[in-house]
Design a protein. Sequence first.
Length: 267
Amino acid sequence: MLCFPNAKINLGLHVTGKRIDGYHNIQTVFYPVPLYDALEAVRAGGNSFRQTGLALKSPDGDNLVMKAFGLLSEKYHVPPLEIHLKKAIPPEAGLGGGSSDAAFMLKLVNDLCNLGIPDSKLEKLSASLGADCPFFIRNTPVMATGRGNIFKPVNLSLKNYLIYVIRPPVAVSTREAYEAIRPRKPTFPLDRLASLPVAEWKNVLVNDFERGIFEKYPETGEVKDRLYSLGAEYASMSGSGSAVFGLFKKTVSPDFPNCFVWNGRLA
């Protein structure tokens, strides 16, 4: 059985406070993007995992796909599987690729093995793998609060917008991104986002991670400036990683040497 875990972007990202558990409270909007990994699982004589495509830093045993598989194997009767993950979503880019892979692995095994687990329970299971993993179970736009794990549906559509995702050749870990963060109160309520034209978002939407990352990696900020110069209605860094996206109404031909470059049409 084959499935295609997709990426997501963050529309606005506020870090509002430090929690007693060591994490931070955030406010953001998650929106699904048609940039896909490929994940396949077939019944086999023994468990095996193979990863191709873009390289990952983590060893196979620490991969979120295998953690998701192990989680279901502990709780349900799951036969041995041969698993293949082909990475196309850049890691440490703020696009949620690892979380998506984990969530889709849960859904894939659920379907392949006829486990009958409802989405609500898959969401609870995936939450133990990562704060944003449950988003990819239903895969619809949400406002995320708490650690990024409390979701509220958002009536927001970017249908027919062209999105360009550019990732310079730098990787930003979550820990590194938070080192420069100073929590603050949001200046714009994200629940009003759908009421504003996209062209006005650049005046009110802020990703709190941009300041620190743009200072440390100027090429990331330069990508954002370049997307606006090409005619983007809105451009931003996604999440806490190094990928920058731009939303366009017309096709452009961006030239970003030595960068990961992808474009698609949003649904």
